[in-house]
Ligand binder design. Structure first.
Ligand code: TYD
Length: 194
């Protein structure tokens, strides 16, 4: 099973993935956490670019889209193998849905993002944590160029459009960590039939 947590910077994906890891392990699952960008050489290049103020130009977003897609392919085999297993769960901090939501300016068509990510296995469940960008900014460190209010507003809207895809669900991330975690667990319980 390949479960993905998505949402704008500052929604709390990392915290919730840590809780989920413990909870799923206590239920007997073999759990592994994934993070995009990865720690591959391509991932390192991406992280370096994310603090560059020029990163939001059209061409740089196109370059970044290709880098994200290439970085993601380094996870392909692991994801494909785990999807077949009933007792193994991958919980991923982001997926190609991040590229759809973040690399969403006029110079990039969604079809092209789909194309360059065509060979990646699709998530079995995608949970989109939704939060007002003002609250999100308060929660993140603001060091990356994407961590600015207008960009996050646009990205949040991008995520809303993703809800039409199968196995994709939105959870309000405004309440306390424990309330949000409870909601996430409910959704996963339903998916796993436990
Ligand atoms: P993030 O989860 O914020 O990492 P960290 O908390 O370590 O900074 O991810 C890094 C940034 O990369 C984030 O702003 C979202 C962005 N991103 C994209 O723009 N497209 C993508 O395809 C992915 C995976 C991430």
């Amino acid at each position: 099973m390949y479960i993905v947590l998505e949402g704008i910077d500052g929604v709390g994906k990392t915290t919730h993935i840590t809780y989920l890891n413990q909870w799923l392990e206590s239920k007997g699952y073999i759990v592994e956490k994934l993070v995009e960008p990865t720690d591959s050489e391509i991932g390192k290049l991406i992280r370096k670019q994310l603090s560059n103020p020029e990163i939001i130009t059209d061409t740089n977003q196109q370059i970044l889209s290709l880098l994200f897609a290439a970085d993601r392919l380094t996870l392909k085999k692991k994801i494909a193998n785990t999807k077949k297993s009933k007792e193994r769960i991958l919980i991923s901090d982001r997926s190609f849905y991040s590229s759809i939501a973040y690399q969403n300016n006029e110079s990039i068509s969604k079809d092209w993002i789909y194309d360059i990510n065509r060979y990646m296995p699709r998530p079995d469940l995608t949970i989109i944590l939704d939060l007002d960008p003002k609250d999100a900014i308060r929660r993140c460190d603001g060091t990356d160029t994407f961590e600015n209010i207008n960009f996050l507003k646009k990205t949040r809207n991008g995520y809303k459009k993703l809800l039409k895809y199968p196995n994709t669900i939105k959870i309000d991330a405004t309440p306390s960590k424990s309330e949000v975690q409870e909601e996430i667990q409910k959704v996963i319980e339903e998916k796993l039939n436990i």
